[in-house]
Design a protein around this ligand. Sequence first.
Ligand SMILES: *Cc1c(COP(=O)(O)O)cnc(C)c1O
Length: 381
Amino acid sequence: MLAALAAYQRGFAGRRAQICYAMKANSSLAVLQVFAQAGCGFDIVSGGELERALAAGAKGTDIIFSGVGKTRAEIRRALEVGIGCFNVESEAELEVLSEVAVAVGKTAHVSIRVNPDVDPKTHPYISTGLKGNKFGVPHERALHAYQRAAALPGLKVIGIDCHIGSQITDEAPYLDAMERVLDLVTAVEATGIPVHHIDFGGGLGIDYDGTVPPAADGLWRKLLARLDARGFGDRLLMIEPGRSLVGNAGVCISEVLYLKPGEHKNFCVIDAAMNDLPRPAMYQAYHAIAALKRGASHASATYDVVGPVCESGDWIGRDRALGVQAGDLLAVMSAGAYCMSMASNYNTRGRAAEVLVDGSQVHLIRERETTADQMRLERLL
Ligand SMILES: *Cc1c(COP(=O)(O)O)cnc(C)c1O
């Protein structure tokens, strides 16, 4: 985690920059604490994430609030703790934000998330900067939204924001989005509205399957050169990386329960499932799976690695060559992002324990969830 962060920090050395960890990737308190202590701010998408960031030691001013559906209660609470910026995603949200800010007697700092309409060339469920997506204000409406924001009481425009998608493994979409955003900054400032910070979002991919995304420092060298060339190099720069800070730092350890040979397929049934690792079921995502051998190795065969959940969508890996038998342990790799934070209790399965390893130190950072934990909020008739 800290090595991944250091790549961004190297990339921004000597610049005015703030790295806001997009905590939905992994919002466990101790993970947030590590990033808070390393100087990160946080990008949140709910009131719940706001409370987590504060509980982990973040200052209100180091928090920025993204998302298309902020409620009045969430906005009120965020104003109360003095968050750094609201990344506003629609003109309707501007009106509500203004109303709430005036009602509580605070000024809301605003950045408008613009949708630059560039194709990040990633899975359709995790591309967010295309015209058909629900995210952001369309590029051609952005100027109008800025003028509205500048005119509304209780709001102060401070920045611009974009986030084009996730698991991006190519640098071209970033360069394209940057050009489009800088065009807008020029247009907005020409109307007399200063744009103090430029936020380029998150989205940088990680290595799941041997496809190696650009390194954060190298990518930012190129982006900063472009920014300098266009005369915006002295602005406060912000980014919102999530996956790239935590994804490759986590593994999910699971035990082989049964080998189930079949006519068409062999199944390796493990004790982790789609409730623990939802990415394959949601996005057909690939996670490498490694057998953790103790003692003799077993004959290798090709398996679909599946969990116990009663859904055909409950698979973790397809057609994997593994030499395992019941009782062996497997590591599902690159499980640090969008796994625990997406985990559910489907099939009344308790969520896993989480362990943070720091050199030779091992910390239990989340206890294994019990069935009593799961039933705590329920009532019999
Ligand atoms: C999810 C999200 C991010 C982080 O995306 P990653 O692909 O995990 O880096 C950043 N900004 C916003 C607004 C997001 O919704």
